[in-house]
Design a protein around this ligand. Structure first.
Ligand code: LTH
Length: 373
C-alpha cells in the first residue's frame, strides 16, 4: 500500500485549470457520453523544434475523466508558455468507452504527426495494432490509467488493487463484516474495472457473512450510479454498504430518494462528495478513494523526457488518491463541487517518482493542495 500523504502548502488549482474544467463540464455533463476536442494552436508540429503532444481519451462520461483532461490542458498550456512544447491536442471518444471510436480517432490524430501520443485507453487489447502503428511511425506512446497489451508503449498507471482494496475493506469492516452489499462496477470494458472487480470479489470471499444482493454498473459516475442503484432498491433487502468506484454521493441520493437509510459508500474524491461526507458527519466505514486524475500530467512529463532521450522505465505505478477522514476537510476546501482530487505532478516530482520506481524506493507523495498559497 502507498504511504499516506503529508500536508504541505501548495497553490490552489490554477485559474487555467478551473476554466478548462468549466469548459469541459459545459460540453460534457457528468454522466454524458459526448466528445470534446481542445486544440491549442500556437507553435506548430515540429515548429521551432518544439514537440506536438496529442492525447486520446477513450471515455469522457464521468467527472474523473473531465478533471483528468482539465489538468492535462492546464499543464500543457503552461508547458507551451514555458517553451517546452509547441502544440497540444486532446481528443475524447464519444459513447460508453468505445474502443472502435478511439482507434478511429487515433488514426486521424496520427495523420497530424504528433511527436508523442498519450492514451487513456478504452480497452487493454483492442488498441494494440494502432499503438504499434504509432510506434512504427516514430511516435512516443505513453499509455496511462490502464495496463495495455502493447509492448512498444510506455505505461504509467495507479494500482487498481490498492484502490479496490481501500474501497472495500474499510467499508466491510465498518459494517461489522456482515450484512448485505451492492457492488457498483466502474467503466466496464476498461482494464481498471476488470482488475478492480476481480479484487473486490476476492475480498468479498474473505467475508462470508456479507451477501452481495445486487451488482450494477455505475461507470465511476455518481449520476449514473444513482440511477442504477435506484433501479434495484425496490427488489433488495436492507442494504448495509455499496462498494463502488467513486460514486457514493450519487448512491446516497438514490437511497434518500427511495426513503431508505443511506448505507456505507465509497465517495467520489470531488468537492461535492467530500463536503457531503463532512457536513453529514458520516462515520460508518465510508471512504473516498480513486485513482489520480493528475496522472495525465505525469504522462505529459514522461512524454517530454522520452522525447529528450531520458531513460524512463516501461512500466510505472504512481500513487492513488486515498482521502481519509483526517485529510478530508483539507481536500474539500480546495476542490470545486465537480473537481476531483489530483496530485499536483510537477516535472521535478515526476522525475523523483521515476527515480523511486527505478530504485525501488519509497513512492513520492506530492502535497495535498492548500487554499493558502
Ligand atoms: O474509467 C474511469 O473513469 C475510472 O475512473 C478510471 O479510469 C480511473 O482510473
Amino acid at each position: 500500500m502507498h504511504m499516506r500523504p503529508t500536508r504541505r502548502p501548495w497553490r490552489a488549482a490554477s485559474a487555467a485549470a478551473i476554466s478548462a474544467l468549466a469548459v469541459l463540464a459545459a460540453g460534457c455533463g457528468s454522466g454524458g457520453s459526448g466528445s470534446a476536442t481542445a486544440d491549442a494552436a500556437g507553435g506548430s508540429a515540429g515548429g521551432g523544434g518544439k514537440p506536438f503532444i496529442a492525447l486520446s481519451n477513450g471515455f469522457i462520461g464521468n467527472g474523473w475523466r473531465q478533471t483528468m483532461i482539465a489538468k492535462f490542458e492546464a499543464a500543457a498550456e503552461q508547458a507551451k508558455t514555458d517553451g517546452l512544447i509547441g502544440k497540444y491536442k486532446v481528443v475524447n471518444a464519444p459513447g460508453e468507452n468505445s474502443a472502435t471510436e478511439q482507434v478511429a480517432q487515433i488514426k486521424s490524430l496520427l495523420l497530424q504527426k504528433p511527436d508523442a501520443l498519450l492514451i487513456d485507453p478504452a480497452s487493454p487489447t483492442a488498441l494494440q495494432p494502432v499503438i504499434q502503428q504509432a510506434c512504427t511511425a516514430g511516435v512516443k506512446v505513453v499509455v496511462f490509467d490502464s495496463a495495455i497489451d502493447a509492448p512498444c508503449a510506455h505505461v504509467l498507471q495507479n494500482s487498481f488493487v490498492d484502490w479496490a482494496t481501500y474501497a472495500a475493506k474499510p467499508l466491510l469492516e465498518g459494517i461489522g463484516g456482515k450484512g448485505s452489499v451492492i457492488v457498483s462496477r466502474g467503466v466496464v470494458g476498461s482494464q481498471p474495472e476488470a482488475e478492480m472487480l476481480d479484487t473486490t470479489k476476492k475480498i468479498l470471499a474473505d467475508y462470508p457473512g456479507v451477501k452481495t444482493v445486487a451488482t450494477v454498473t455505475g461507470m465511476c459516475d455518481g449520476a449514473t450510479a444513482q440511477k442504477a442503484v435506484l433501479g434495484v432498491l425496490s427488489s433488495v433487502p436492507k442494504v448495509d454498504g455499496v462498494i463502488g468506484c467513486g460514486d457514493g454521493y450519487g448512491v446516497a441520493q438514490a437511497f434518500a430518494t427511495a426513503g431508505k437509510p443511506v448505507p456505507a459508500v465509497d465517495f467520489e474524491t470531488n468537492g461535492r462528495a467530500l463536503s457531503y461526507w463532512r457536513d453529514n458527519k458520516i462515520d460508518n466505514g465510508s471512504v473516498a478513494v480513486m485513482s489520480d486524475p493528475g496522472q495525465s500530467v505525469a504522462a505529459l512529463w514522461e512524454a517530454l523526457d522520452l522525447l529528450g532521450g531520458k531513460d524512463v522505465p516501461k512500466q510505472m505505478t504512481f500513487p492513488i488518491v486515498l482521502i481519509e477522514q483526517k485529510d478530508r476537510d483539507a481536500w474539500a476546501s480546495v476542490l470545486k463541487p465537480d473537481e476531483y482530487a489530483a496530485w499536483p505532478w510537477t516535472q521535478e516530482l515526476f522525475r523523483q517518482q521515476v527515480e523511486a520506481v527505478k530504485t525501488g524506493g519509497k513512492p513520492v507523495q506530492p502535497p495535498i493542495p492548500s487554499a493558502v498559497g
